[in-house]
Ligand binder design. Structure first.
Ligand code: C5P
Ligand code: MG
Length: 211
C-alpha cells in the first residue's frame, strides 16, 4: 500500500517535470515560425533564447545590456550563465502559473559547448530533453531569408555583415552540438528549405509520433 502510494507520487512528479524540445538550425532556418505553429497545435510553451536575450538587453538598468547588445551584433554566443538564468526563470514562471503546462520548446539553444554544459549543470534533474528538432537549411537560403526579414525586423543582426558572423558561429559552434545529439539518436531532422506549410507537415509527423 505504502509502496504503491510512493509509486504514484513519483510518477506524478516525473510527469510534471518540464519536458523540453530543443529547436536548432541556422539563422533564418524557420525556428521561430515553426515554433509558433507548434504552440498553436500542440500547446507547448515557446521560449526563444534570442528573444529572451533581446528583451533582457532592452530592460532599464540591466547589468548585461551592453554585453548582450554587442554579442548579438557580432553574432557571438552570450555566456551561458546569463542565458540559462533567463530560460530557467521563464520556465519557472510558466510552471508556477500552471504546473500542468510542462512542455517547452527551447528555440536557439544550446548553441555551443558552453550553452550545453550550462544546461547540464543547471537543468539536469530539473527538466528532461525529449529530442532536438533540427531545421536543416542551406546557408544561402538562411542568409537570403534573414536579409529579407531585415527589411522590416529592426534587428541589429539581420544585415550582411552580422549574418556572415552568425553563419560562421553556426557552422563552428552549433553544428557540432547537433552532431553530438545525432549520435545519441536524439535529432529529428526536417528540411527547412521547403515552404512554411510544407515544413509544418513534416513537423506534425514528428510531434504526432512523439506524443
Ligand atoms: O536565435 P536568434 O537568431 O534569435 O539569436 C540571435 C542572437 O542571440 C544570436 O546570434 C546570439 O548572438 C544570441 N544568442 C545567444 N545564445 C543563444 C541564443 C541566441 O547568444 N543560446
Ligand atoms: Mg528566432
Amino acid at each position: 500500500m505504502v509502496i504503491s502510494c510512493w509509486g504514484a507520487l513519483i510518477r506524478k512528479l516525473l510527469m510534471m517535470r518540464p519536458q523540453v524540445v530543443f529547436v536548432l538550425g541556422g539563422p533564418g532556418a524557420g525556428k521561430g515560425t515553426q515554433c509558433a505553429k507548434i504552440v498553436k497545435k500542440y500547446g507547448y510553451t515557446h521560449l526563444s533564447a534570442g528573444d529572451l536575450l533581446r528583451s533582457e538587453r532592452s530592460k532599464e538598468g540591466t547589468e548585461y545590456g551592453e554585453l548582450i547588445a554587442s554579442f548579438i551584433k557580432e553574432g557571438k554566443i552570450v555566456p551561458v550563465a546569463i542565458t540559462i538564468q533567463l530560460i530557467k526563470k521563464a520556465m519557472e514562471e510558466k510552471m508556477a502559473q500552471d504546473s500542468a503546462k510542462n512542455t517547452f520548446l527551447i528555440d536557439g539553444f544550446p548553441r555551443n559547448a558552453d550553452n550545453l554544459s550550462g544546461w547540464n549543470n543547471h537543468m539536469n534533474g530539473y527538466a528532461d530533453v525529449k529530442f532536438v528538432l533540427f531545421f536543416d537549411c542551406s546557408n544561402e537560403v538562411c542568409i537570403e531569408r534573414c536579409l529579407e526579414r531585415g527589411k522590416a525586423s529592426g534587428r541589429t543582426d539581420d544585415n550582411a555583415e552580422s549574418l556572415q558572423k552568425r553563419i560562421q558561429t553556426y557552422m563552428q559552434s552549433t553544428k557540432p552540438i547537433i552532431d553530438e545529439y545525432e549520435k545519441e539518436g536524439k535529432v529529428r531532422r526536417v528540411d527547412g528549405a521547403k515552404t512554411v506549410e510544407q515544413v509544418f507537415l513534416d513537423v506534425q509527423k514528428i510531434f504526432d509520433s512523439e506524443n
